[in-house]
Design a protein around this ligand. Structure first.
Ligand SMILES: C[S@@+](CC[C@H](N)C(=O)[O-])C[C@H]1O[C@@H](n2cnc3c(N)ncnc32)[C@H](O)[C@@H]1O
Length: 252
């Protein structure tokens, strides 16, 4: 018998930023598979708990299945990074397979933001189906991504008329602004790669803890505000113990 897994996008961290479809699917779930991340701080776990408390009710925890996340190295160059990600994904797939054994009914997995953007859940489930032969029926519920929350916070569109938008990572931005891209959205940047961009005429729209009560927004010419953003970011990270930020670099 196939196991039905709903991968539910839960938005960028607020119980207000979740869709009606996501709430309906969470309420219909027989079990919740929750990944516990050692390096994540309590607040990130609490954000998921707040969503379930508010939209499912306090008894959700009786149906929770906790999976401890696999440890992941930080990797030096691009090849090492890729190898570490592959090993971590394979280990996560093994842990998911063990957790999904038995007759669980419909299982919901909560994916931060939208499951299609820098989230491993769908890839891990695909590996798992292929490598273990576990029969999975997967459905996906879209969520509001941090990119949408960034654009809303700054009250901007991401593209200019007829233009394109490139989404990339801080790791890739360290090689320079992508050629030909007018608007570049950067995620997963623990080390302020924007401050290494030396090009003139670039605007920065930066946002941290988007969509939550702690949201911080700063925008302006990159050369003029980069140092301020670095300082605000460092202070916020020290205060809260963790940092999630996303930003747009716009060539003028
Ligand atoms: C593993 S990715 C998950 C992205 C997620 N699937 C999404 O749709 O936003 C984590 C990265 O997403 C971004 N992010 C997620 N939530 C955020 C938030 N509330 N505020 C700012 N950035 C956020 C950050 O760039 C962070 O490093």
């Amino acid at each position: 018998m196939a196991i039905h897994v709903d991968v539910v996008g839960i938005g960028p961290g607020s119980p207000d930023l979740i869709t009606v479809q996501a709430v309906d699917v969470l309420r219909a779930a027989d079990a919740f598979l929750l990944v516990e991340k050692r390096r994540e701080t309590r607040e990130l776990v609490e954000a998921r708990t707040a969503i379930l408390d508010r939209h499912v009710g306090p008894d959700w925890s009786e149906r929770a299945i906790y999976v401890q996340d696999a440890e992941r190295g930080v990797g030096g160059d691009a090849r090492e990074h890729q190898e570490e990600v592959s090993a971590w994904r394979a280990e996560r797939a093994r842990r998911f397979a063990a957790a999904l054994e038995g007759d669980l009914g419909r299982v919901a997995i909560l994916a931060w933001g939208d499951p299609s953007l820098y989230d491993s859940t769908l890839g891990v489930l695909e590996d798992l189906g292929r490598d273990t032969g576990l029969a999975l029926e997967v459905s996906v519920v879209p969520g509001i991504s941090s990119i949408q929350a960034l654009a809303a916070g700054h009250r901007i569109g991401l593209n200019r008329v007829g233009g394109s938008v490139q989404v990339t990572t801080g790791r890739r931005l360290r090689d320079g602004m992508p050629d030909g891209a007018e608007d570049v959205v950067v995620m997963l940047d623990p080390s302020c790669a924007f401050s290494e961009v030396e090009e003139e005429g670039v605007e920065l729209f930066w946002g941290a803890y988007l969509g939550t009560a702690d949201e911080i927004l700063i925008s302006g010419p990159l050369g003029e505000i980069a140092a301020e953003v670095e300082q605000v970011r460092a202070e916020a990270k020290a205060r809260k113990g963790w940092m999630f930020d996303t930003y747009l670099l716009r060539r003028r």
